[in-house]
Design a protein around this ligand. Sequence first.
Ligand SMILES: [Zn+2]
Length: 263
Amino acid sequence: MNKGKNCWWFIIAQGQILLQPQGELIPYGNLDDLPLTESIVKDRVHIGEYQSSPCYLINLKQPQDIGFGEYSELRALLGVVDDRLFDMAGRAFQLVLFYQTHQFCGQCGNKMHAIDWEVAMKCYHCQHRCYPRVSPCMIVSVRKGKKLLLALHRRHQKNNLQVFTTLAGFTEAGETLEHCVEREVFEEVGLKVKNIEYVASQPWPFPHSLMMGYVAEYQSGDINIDPKELVSAAWYDLDDLPNLPNEGTLARRLINCQIDKIC
Ligand SMILES: [Zn+2]
């Protein structure tokens, strides 16, 4: 590789990523300027481009002091760096998890090998090939006339956050995303919905989800929550909204989209 070419370096060790204190946080530079030795960069994996510069993943077994930066959780970058750069960091984490969990063939048990013409692990014994896992899930905001459905989830209450938000759930095998919206809304709050509209998606690398965001309208039924998932769910007037998810999250974008439709 050209040692003078500036690159983005996603250096990950045991679930943490090396960050620099200033700038874009992800280390950026060339091998003449950064103290990255040959032993550190020799197993780098090219994972894409960001702002026309190559991005490399370096997966270390142990966090090493390599002369700059500090190791941090991936979540520390959420909402702090540009979305595209965060998504690239998320991709780096997902690939680390992929290589770690596909060392042996699920079909015949032999050792798997990374191939270099696409991101995949291959078993040369039985030809079985695996790709990084991406788990689609839907997230939906429901409106009824001028009111908005907001729910307090058990997982949010545990963190003592008391954030009132949208409904969400994983897509099942053989299911369309629209069917998933209908099923999850019915399972979580006992309501039927109509006019399901796609809004936007967001990769969610905790550990490998892809959230697909929808808005929908109430059709029928009374709120009847699933107490395993939710603490409460209710219809809220726009002038009396509880604590909402942060701006910049897909949930908030869907809520804002519904507010625009209501107003
Ligand atoms: Zn095999």
